[in-house]
Design a protein around this ligand. Structure first.
Ligand SMILES: [Mg+2]
Length: 120
């Protein structure tokens, strides 16, 4: 499966990429919501791993804006954030995210969420 890891931290993108590549997936990276939307205009992904707190365009703003980009609108989204708050979880899910995970995360947690969201 092809993933887009969206996070302003290059370290976090690498951690996510390592976990997913270890499970046999392809991983591409974007630095913020706007960068992700740009990439989604010309490529489609099976799943998007989305940080919330990012400069330029946050994960919440990405969730709100993605309807305008078909590849962004159709991809399942797993939110991965340090802000482990019920209100943020509710808002993310209301805006169409499929799953919500808190950082720091265990590789197994991410892979379990991926399996569940992609029905693997
Ligand atoms: Mg961040």
């Amino acid at each position: 499966m092809n993933f887009l890891a969206v996070d302003d931290s290059s370290t976090m993108r690498k951690i996510v990429a390592l976990a997913l590549k270890g499970a046999g997936h392809e991983v591409y990276e974007a630095e913020n919501g706007q960068d992700a939307l740009e990439k989604l205009k010309s490529a489609s992904f099976d799943c998007i791993i989305l940080d919330i707190n990012m400069p330029v365009m946050s994960g919440i703003d990405f969730l709100k804006a993605r309807a305008s980009v078909p590849n962004a609108a159709k991809a399942p989204i797993i939110v991965l954030t340090t802000q482990d708050e019920a209100a943020l979880r509710d808002e993310s899910l209301k805006l169409g995210a499929s799953s919500f995970l808190a950082k720091p995360f265990q590789k197994e947690e991410l892979l379990a969420a991926v399996k569940s969201v992609l029905k693997l």
